[in-house]
Design a protein around this ligand. Sequence first.
Ligand SMILES: Cc1c2[nH]c(c1CCC(=O)O)Cc1[nH]c(c(CCC(=O)O)c1C)Cc1[nH]c(c(CCC(=O)O)c1C)Cc1[nH]c(c(C)c1CCC(=O)O)C2
Length: 342
Amino acid sequence: MTARRTVLEVLKGETVSPPPLWMMRQAGRYLPEYRETRKRAGSFLDLCYNPDLAVEVTLQPIERFGFDASILFSDILVVPHALGRDLRFEEGRGPLLTPIQAHEIDALNTELFHVNLAPVYETVRQLRRKLPDETTLIGFCGAPWTVATYMIAGHGTPDQAPARLFAYREPDAFRRLLKTLADQSASYLIRQIEAGADVVQIFDSWSGVLDEGSFQAFCVEPVAEIVRQVRAAYPEVPVIGFPKGAGANYASYRSKTGISGLGLDWTVPLTAAETLQKDGAVQGNLDPLRLVAGGRALQEGVDAILDALADGPLIFNLGHGITPETPIAHVEAMVKQVRSRR
Ligand SMILES: Cc1c2[nH]c(c1CCC(=O)O)Cc1[nH]c(c(CCC(=O)O)c1C)Cc1[nH]c(c(CCC(=O)O)c1C)Cc1[nH]c(c(C)c1CCC(=O)O)C2
């Protein structure tokens, strides 16, 4: 008999008690063993492209907490990097890229894309061999809009003004950029599935800064295109969408994009989450700062989510990535509280 992969069951619409759980950014700086491996790797990108070390850090939170899902260790920005854009990560500053100009979009080099990403596929292959049978392996990419915001600004910004302006001033070039990113991201996810990913997640971290028309054109349509291409190759593999900050746009996101699981950020009211759960699995949505604070703030936050959502298809998660200052004891307390739920 093969082991149950509870995250997969939930994504097929089943209710599992207690709900499976994992955390976005679960391999990361809050773990001393991550900081140790990171030192040995050199730069953050060296770590992403070193299969042995990437496997090691991916497994660390599984070994420590026994999460039900493992997410490939990499970054959403390896996609523009593999298309020939330069990229580096500076301590305390995050990612830095050379801002792309409209005339450079048609020159994005797709020829070496999969060659450049071969170490990521190798990481996925090794992970599926080394993970416990019951652990679901999640591959991922960034959504075209979110990846484009970094390619255009060259760094993180509070409201993605450079990308929004670019999109309005250079609509044709911008549409071609989103199309290239959607096509390449779809084939990137397909290769991850071929290498052993059971599920893929599309991170749209900046979908919350757009008006209605732009949300439809820049977030919904490119993600729907990725889902179409992945489904054509692997109809059975669930896709989780995470349109962080989408607010009122959450309501129609699942039906318009075709995703199976819907990732909720912590600002989504639990009453709204219950409605969204009627159409399928939801994932989320603890405020990561409740996990930093611990104690009552954490307990009450976890209970509220379980009270509202544990009777339906739920993957317990944070509403965004875990932050580096989170005490490990708080993660342990959260896992215990979710697992003791019947
Ligand atoms: C926008 C975005 C990025 N990367 C990602 C997103 C979407 C999700 C989100 O909104 O958080 C996704 C991502 N980044 C990372 C993963 C690995 C898997 C996981 O454990 O979740 C995943 C899924 C590792 C990482 N990616 C990064 C780190 C920290 C770098 C380090 O170890 O020095 C890790 C563990 C760096 C990164 N990478 C990115 C930024 C803005 C930063 C700097 C901010 C920061 O430092 O936290 C781009």
